[in-house]
Design a protein around this ligand. Structure first.
Ligand SMILES: Cc1cc2nc3c(=O)[nH]c(=O)nc-3n(C[C@H](O)[C@H](O)[C@H](O)COP(=O)(O)OP(=O)(O)OC[C@H]3O[C@@H](n4cnc5c(N)ncnc54)[C@H](O)[C@@H]3O)c2cc1C
Length: 281
């Protein structure tokens, strides 16, 4: 299958160069019809299928795979900062992540197959805005902050405010996702995922972490965007049914050829029960 749109391909070697390209107004557009639209490509695992289906169109494709500032992994006190261009398969090679945030490696290890994990990146998985993204569920539970940069400077977006809807984030057109920052003081972390076949997107998924006696949930494939819910851990141990009802009330699962709404909700209830029985009894 061919790629349907025509575009100029650019491969900046620094963050500043990428930001400058994102800020280009209309110089790249020959027909004078306004600002040239740009698209960032990282691992290409989500974008290239959209291009092949003709579902995305742009004038400039910005390949960010050789920008060193997007490849950092830094422990800063009680926070880890992981660059957007770190690939899923690379996470386990960083001892700081393995020691301080093993749930991230666990979640990334269940994304797709080895080929997907070797190409796909943290930034791509987050910026794509797919409610079925396992990593989005993980960063949601971890209460991460997304760091984005543009000509206007650096902006931090709380993950709770990051998603607006299906494939929609609050990243602006001239902004590049640089990294994800998250606290590393969580414990009793768990990841549940049921897929239609091994190594595939979740029909329903849940990431749970405990932070300061609060349980923080990242809820996957249960609505048009990744969802977050938080409660005191005593609530889940004492009143499972009430917590299940509260979480169900924020979910709006879709019905498709893989699962009914009822089945998706059933899976979520099962995950919550399993977590309660494993960690709180
Ligand atoms: C067969 C298959 C199975 C998969 N299974 C799973 C699964 O089980 N679980 C799961 O969670 N995911 C799954 N995925 C998705 C996978 O995790 C992708 O790698 C990920 O969604 C996109 O990462 P990428 O680096 O390839 O992004 P790309 O495809 O390069 O980009 C995706 C989107 O993000 C934008 N983008 C990328 N980087 C940046 C940046 N730094 N700043 C701003 N915007 C940016 C792009 O413009 C594009 O809109 C699967 C994908 C495939 C093809």
């Amino acid at each position: 299958m061919t790629i349907l749109c025509n575009f100029k391909y650019l491969k900046p070697k620094s963050l500043q160069e990428a930001i400058d390209i994102l800020a280009i107004e209309d110089s790249a557009k020959n027909d004078g019809s306004g600002a040239a639209s740009k698209k960032v490509i990282a691992g290409g695992q989500s974008l290239i299928p959209l291009m092949k289906m003709g579902l995305t169109d742009f004038d400039i494709l910005i390949d960010v795979s050789e920008i060193p500032e997007l490849k950092i992994v830094e422990l800063k006190g009680d926070f880890l900062e992981v660059g957007a261009m770190i690939r899923h398969s690379e996470l386990e090679s960083y001892s700081d992540i393995g020691l301080k945030c093993p749930i991230l490696i666990k979640v990334a290890g269940q994304i797709g197959d080895p080929q997907i994990r070797h190409r796909g990146t943290i930034g791509g998985a987050i910026a794509h805005g797919d409610p079925a993204s396992d990593l989005a569920g993980c960063f949601m539970a971890l209460k991460a902050t997304a760091v984005v940069a543009s000509k206007q400077g650096v902006r931090e977006i709380s993950f709770a405010d990051f998603y607006e809807g299906f494939l929609q984030t609050t990243i602006k057109e001239d902004e590049l996702l640089v990294s994800l920052k998250f606290p590393v003081n969580s414990k009793n972390e768990e990841f549940y995922k049921i897929s239609k076949r091994a190594q595939d997107w979740a029909i329903s998924g849940l990431v749970v972490v405990e932070i300061n006696d609060q349980l923080s949930f990242g809820i996957i494939s249960m609505g048009s965007k990744t969802l977050h819910f938080e409660i005191d851990k005593s609530e889940l141990s004492d009143n499972l049914d009430s917590v299940i009802s509260q979480i169900e009330s924020i979910c709006s699962p879709t019905e498709d050829i893989y699962a009914s709404k009822q089945y998706r909700l059933h899976l979520l209830r099962t995950f919550l029960t399993k977590y309660r029985n494993s960690y709180l009894t």
